[in-house]
Every structure is written in structure tokens, then in C-alpha cells.
Design a protein around this ligand. Structure first.
Ligand SMILES: [Zn+2]
Ligand SMILES: [Zn+2]
Length: 388
């Protein structure tokens, strides 16, 4: 089959790879109907997340049609149209039973690559480095889905692919980030980042009862989406001092919750950004953290910091601000399996439309070009989607 493979830093190519096969009785094989770019892919494409190997198939936000099932698969059958969360979860371990699906104990066969850094390994993720299990990704004609009874969610009748595809990753990640904020009536929620995850965190904050949502980015067209599609107020961090502006907008108190939907390759205009850039280039750290530090400083005392952006190693972290201000920190890779059924319902009821994130629909052969558009935010690209 054809697939998009990683061949080195900033070197993606479409090539031929072996078709996936059922390896475990709980697997299914999916014919991919849509597979999307995600901002977290950029971290290993740019070479900041290690343990990629030449020829790895990438992609982790996808949906498709079941074409083959393992002998132990019970809930899905051939012909089902399904969406699959990006994290792989067994459904039966202690973590899965506690709805902490991205922390599943049974889906990362390469635990030895994570333990030194994290203490315990987390769940595997499709197409997302060998430290996350080395699973083949979804930018391909077919993909193997392990633990399919737990990971495949049937799509309700009447929803188009473009209304469903982002319920694999961007929507549940954003929704979880807002859910982490324990939003109360009257709350103000600030969200750093207006990519797919950030926009969905903003939308979810409103759905969960926020009174005001303030979106922060530097691209005018993304800020416009936040205003027009979500109803958020917006700040361009290249034009204003964000911490100062947020203080003013909240009567001197600061937002009740701050969500970081940016992660380790943040851009900034402050001195810490310049220092991070140098250290990152020298491989002293993997992360640039101006968005996260800003969120910690801007948050009201006793507020919640919700971190959705992906991080590796950062050395200048304002622990003093976090501790003295009494912030609650919530973070995780998405526990998609917990949220997807509700999100499919909201989509079917017309209350949560994520289809506007799809700005570029391309063939799989055009995928390297799609990543170029996506990475450089050219032509207003929010998410490029490949149709194999
Ligand atoms: Zn993602
Ligand atoms: Zn599990």
C-alpha cells in the first residue's frame, strides 16, 4: 500500500510499504477514509522528539471503514464506519478502568524508552515515535487498530467524514482540556493557541459553561476563526503584553483557568523565548516554553492551569509562581475513549461542528506538500486532511 513515511528531519515521502495484518486477535484493519495533520507531528518532523526511525509511517488523527477483524473482536464488524482516538488503550487495565486511557499500562511495548524520562510508561500512540510504541500511523491506505473493541467508535448516521475526523484527536484533546478546568458559571478561560486543539478547547469551554473565552495567537486568520467560529475575544501576542492585557480584561484578577494548546515549539517575543531557542538549538533542552510560562503568570491565584501542548524537557519552569499562587495543574495526552461517545452525540445534535478546521483536503500523494502548508500556516491552513 501507499503511505507517508518519515525519512529524517523535515524529510517526509510517500512510498510503498507492506499492508498491515492482524497480529493480535483483538485487532482490526481499517481502510482509512480520512487522516489529518496534527501540530504534535511537527515536533518529530522538526527533530525535537527522538526515537523516530527511517521509514516510519506517521499520522494519528483518522477514521475509516473496518475491512478485516481479528477472531476476538466483538463490538465492531466488517463494513462499520468508525473513528479512532489517537492513543491506544486496552480497556481492561487499572488506568483504563479509571478512564485514564492515555495512561494505559498495556499498549506501549517500548516501555524501556519512556521509563528513564517518565518513571512509568504511558499508552502507545499511532504513528508517534518508538517511545510511544512504534505503531504504524494512519497516513496510509490501511492501518491496524489494536484493541479495536475499545478503540473503534461507530459514526452515527448522517454525519459526514469532515464532521467526524477531528473527533479522533483535536476535539477530545480540546474538550478534555476544558473539562480539566472545572468551569463554573461566570468563569473566564484563556487559551494559548488557535490551532485545531486550541479552537476546540475554546469551543468546549463555552459548552461547559464559561462566560468568556480569550484566545491568544499571532496569526490574524486564526484569531479571526476564534472570533467568528467560537465567539472568543482575542489577543495577538505580537501586538500586546499578554499577561498585562489579560489582567486588564479581567478586572485585575486574571483568568480563572489558562489552557496551553501550544506545546514545546512555542514562539514568543519575550527574552525567555530567545534563551529557549538557543538552548534548543544546542540540544540542552527540547522545549521552548514562553506560552506555558505566560499561562502560569497570567492565571488568577488559585486558578487552574490545563496543559494540552506536548512537552519533552524544559529547564526554566516557574515552579515558584505555580506553588505560591496555589494553581491546580491538570494535563495529559487525550483520554479520547472517555470523551468520544459524548462528542459524537454533540456533533450529531449540531452543537459541536469541527468541520471548519478542515482547510485543505488533499490526496495522500500530496501529503508532504500538506505538511508544508500546515507547518508554515500558509494559505490559512489550520488542518490539512488526506484522503487516500
Ligand atoms: Zn494530535
Ligand atoms: Zn489499559
Amino acid at each position: 500500500m501507499r503511505a507517508l513515511c518519515w525519512h529524517g528531519v523535515n524529510d517526509l515521502r510517500v512510498g510503498r510499504v507492506a499492508d498491515p495484518e492482524i497480529l493480535n486477535p483483538h485487532d482490526v484493519i481499517l481502510r482509512v477514509t480520512m487522516s489529518a495533520t496534527c501540530g504534535s507531528d511537527l515536533h518529530f518532523i522538526d527533530g525535537f522528539l527522538p526515537t523516530m526511525r527511517e521509514g516510519d509511517v506517521i499520522g494519528h488523527e483518522f477514521m475509516g471503514e473496518v475491512v478485516e477483524t481479528g477472531p476476538e473482536v466483538r463490538k465492531v464488524k466488517k463494513g462499520d464506519r468508525v473513528v479512532v482516538p489517537s492513543c491506544i488503550a486496552c480497556g481492561g487495565c487499572w488506568y483504563c478502568e479509571h478512564d485514564l486511557f492515555s495512561l494505559c499500562d498495556n499498549t506501549n511495548p517500548r516501555w524501556e524508552l519512556q521509563e528513564p524520562l517518565l518513571g512509568y510508561p504511558t499508552a502507545g500512540i499511532f504513528g508517534y515515535t518508538h517511545a510511544f510504541g512504534g505503531y504504524a500511523g494512519s497516513h496510509a491506505e490501511y492501518v491496524r487498530v489494536p484493541f479495536a473493541d475499545n478503540g473503534c467508535f461507530k459514526v452515527p448516521e448522517g454525519l459526514r467524514d469532515d464532521q467526524v475526523i477531528f473527533i479522533s484527536d483535536a476535539v477530545p484533546t480540546g474538550y478534555m482540556g476544558a473539562d480539566f478546568c472545572n468551569i463554573q458559571p461566570g468563569d473566564v478561560v484563556a487559551v494559548w493557541g488557535c490551532g485545531g486543539v486550541g479552537l476546540m478547547a475554546q469551543k468546549s469551554a463555552f459548552l461547559l459553561g464559561a462566560e468568556r473565552v480569550i484566545a491568544i495567537d499571532r496569526f490574524p486568520e486564526r484569531l479571526r476563526l476564534a472570533r467568528e467560529q467560537i465567539g472568543a475575544e482575542t489577543l495577538n501576542y505580537e501586538e500586546v503584553d499578554v499577561v498585562e492585557a489579560l489582567r486588564e480584561m479581567t478586572g485585575g484578577r486574571g483568568p480563572d483557568a489558562c489552557i496551553d494548546a501550544v506545546g514545546m515549539e512555542a514562539h514568543g517575543t519575550t527574552l525567555d523565548y530567545t534563551v529557549d531557542r538557543v538552548k534548543q538549538a544546542l540540544h540542552v533542552v527540547t522545549d521552548r516554553g514562553p506560552a506555558l510560562r505566560q499561562a502560569i503568570l497570567a492565571c488568577r491565584k488559585g486558578g487552574t492551569l490545563s496543559v494540552l501542548g506536548v512537552y519533552g524537557v524544559m529547564d526554566t519552569f516557574p515552579m515558584g509562581a505555580l506553588m505560591n499562587k496555589g494553581l491546580t495543574v491538570r494535563t495529559a495526552q487525550q483520554h479520547g475513549h472517555h470523551y468520544v461517545p459524548r462528542l459524537l452525540e454533540l456533533a450529531a445534535e449540531g452543537k459541536l461542528d469541527s468541520s471548519f478546521l478542515l482547510t485543505h483536503r488533499l490526496s495522500l500523494d500530496e501529503a508532504p506538500h500538506g505538511y508544508d502548508l500546515f507547518k508554515h500556516k500558509e494559505d490559512g491552513c489550520v488542518r490539512a486532511v488526506f484522503v487516500p
